[in-house]
Ligand binder design. Structure first.
Ligand SMILES: [Fe+2]
Ligand SMILES: [Fe+2]
Length: 470
């Protein structure tokens, strides 16, 4: 197992101290990061003691330490999963050859772009979520928000380490740019659209952590297969932390559904207006939020037909999530049928990998839906929550801008525009959800629109004081 040198300024298991140039570059970037955290990270709460998990090793058992920490003092470290001796490239044209410990010259700019695009999403989400602390539905939820925020900060560190350690001066410049772009900024927005969407309520946060962090999981899984070994090792460890982010999304939505069903039972009605009047989120509104964040996240996988996906796979830079589950790892002789607005199209498999990934992602998304629908069914209601069709509201790929309904049926532009606010949150839906966002901060108490969690953090009771405010 690797050991971590806590005597160093930046906790790490990659022997930064053994490379003076790298150490100096990172120590130069660190104050810029802290300044960004202060300006763009969680608004207020800098002096609060938060019960946080901190990565301290990459050991399967005991990789994290729990304790009260002020967020600006969080120990953002650089941890890579342990190196596997003799690791070989597992897919593409160079399959079976040794993995790369350095960046091959011909792939340098593509790899840098891939790392920057991934890295950009990490601070972007912190920026999107920066005001949510003011309207937390409970202290337990507040702590989870901050846990996600500090870990996204650490994921930024993970990508910045790769840029500094393997991409020289260009990498250092990119690391600065990662702090200069901002979510939703008119002049310097974040790279991907979903990460520029405003997030002003907790229902959006739960949908974001359910759908968008899950896209993160799939991206990290595909990079975990990469022939560039440091990237693979970085992403393998990031996945350990990512699981909690999706947990927050899945249990968050479960708790909203649970509370709504309680209210429906109380009033003996499923009338959305009456559910709202009782201060709960009606299931119709929840469906709209699911439609919005799912469709937005689907674009993150890129175009259905993509020469980049083919090149990245063939070269070994980016594999498929869980590459070993497939039989063919070269894909030079297979193809895939894709549905486009012009009809069915047969595409070389290498060019259809974004779609392969999107399909397995959607399968993963179904798991939560099944759970929520079981709850609704058990409560005796006919409504079922669904995922929108992957053609709905797309901005990338053959379905970009094509008017389709949530089931994927092509309709006229007029119909689409007329019905859109029945499918995604309208201004009045957002205003209603916003009206529920009242801060609840007494330990153990919950806002009226969400049920308590089944258990607390790290075996502590739900009513534990997870955030100590001064
Ligand atoms: Fe992340
Ligand atoms: Fe995440």
């Amino acid at each position: 197992m690797s050991s971590i040198n806590y005597a160093e300024k930046i906790p790490n298991n990659v022997d930064i101290g053994g490379d003076r140039t790298l150490q100096r570059a990172l120590e130069h970037w660190q104050p810029h990061f802290l300044q960004w955290w202060q300006e763009m990270g969680p608004s207020d709460f800098a002096t609060a003691d938060v019960y946080l998990r901190t990565a301290i090793s990459v050991d399967a058992q005991g990789w994290a330490h729990y304790g009260a920490t002020k967020m600006p003092d969080y120990r953002w470290g650089i941890f890579l999963a342990d190196r596997q001796a003799e690791r070989k490239i597992g897919f593409g044209d160079a399959m079976g050859q040794p993995v790369w410990q350095q960046v091959p010259g011909e792939y340098r700019s593509t790899l840098r772009r891939l790392i920057v695009t991934q890295g950009d999403t990490e601070p972007a989400s912190v920026e999107q979520q920066r005001l949510l602390g003011h309207t937390c539905p409970s202290m337990y939820d507040l702590r989870n928000l901050f846990q996600i925020n500090v870990e996204e900060g650490r994921h930024l560190w993970a990508m910045v380490y790769l840029l500094h350690a393997y991409f020289g001066r260009d990498g250092r410049e990119e690391a600065e740019e990662l702090l200069a772009r901002h979510s939703g900024d008119a002049d310097k927005p974040r790279i991907l659209t979903t990460f520029n969407e405003p997030m002003s309520d907790w229902l959006s946060l739960f949908c974001f952590t359910y759908f968008t962090d899950r896209d993160g999981k799939y991206q990290l899984k595909s990079f975990a297969e990469s022939a560039f070994d440091p990237l693979s090792r970085t992403c393998r460890f990031m996945l350990t932390e990512e699981a909690h982010h999706m947990f927050v999304g899945e249990t968050g939505i479960s708790r909203v559904v649970k509370r709504t069903l309680e209210v429906m039972k109380e009033i003996g009605s499923d009338d959305p207006a009456r559910v709202r009047a009782k201060g709960a989120v009606d299931l119709q509104t929840l469906q709209k939020y699911l439609n919005f964040w799912c469709s937005s996240s689907l674009d993150l996988f890129g175009s259905e037909i993509s020469s980049n996906s083919a090149a990245n796979f063939a070269s070994g830079m980016k594999g498929r999530p869980d590459e070993t589950q497939y039989e063919d790892h070269v894909l030079r002789s297979s193809s895939k049928k894709l549905h486009t607005p012009e009809g069915e199209q047969e595409v070389p498999m290498l060019n259809a990998l974004n779609e392969v990934m999107r399909e397995s992602y959607l399968k993963d998304c179904e798991i939560g839906l099944k759970r929520w629908n079981r709850m609704i069914e058990r409560a005796g209601h006919a409504l079922r929550l669904t995922l929108p069709s992957s053609r709905f509201r797309r901005s990338i790929g053959p379905w970009a801008g094509v008017p389709v309904d949530t089931t994927g049926k092509m309709i006229s532009k007029e119909e689409f525009e007329k019905h859109l606010t029945e499918w995604i949150p309208s201004a009045s839906d957002k205003a209603f959800v916003q009206s529920l966002m009242q801060r609840v901060i007494e330990p153990g108490r919950m806002a009226g629109w969400i049920a308590p969690p089944e258990r607390g953090i790290n075996n502590l009771p739900v009513e534990y004081e997870y955030v100590h405010l001064h």
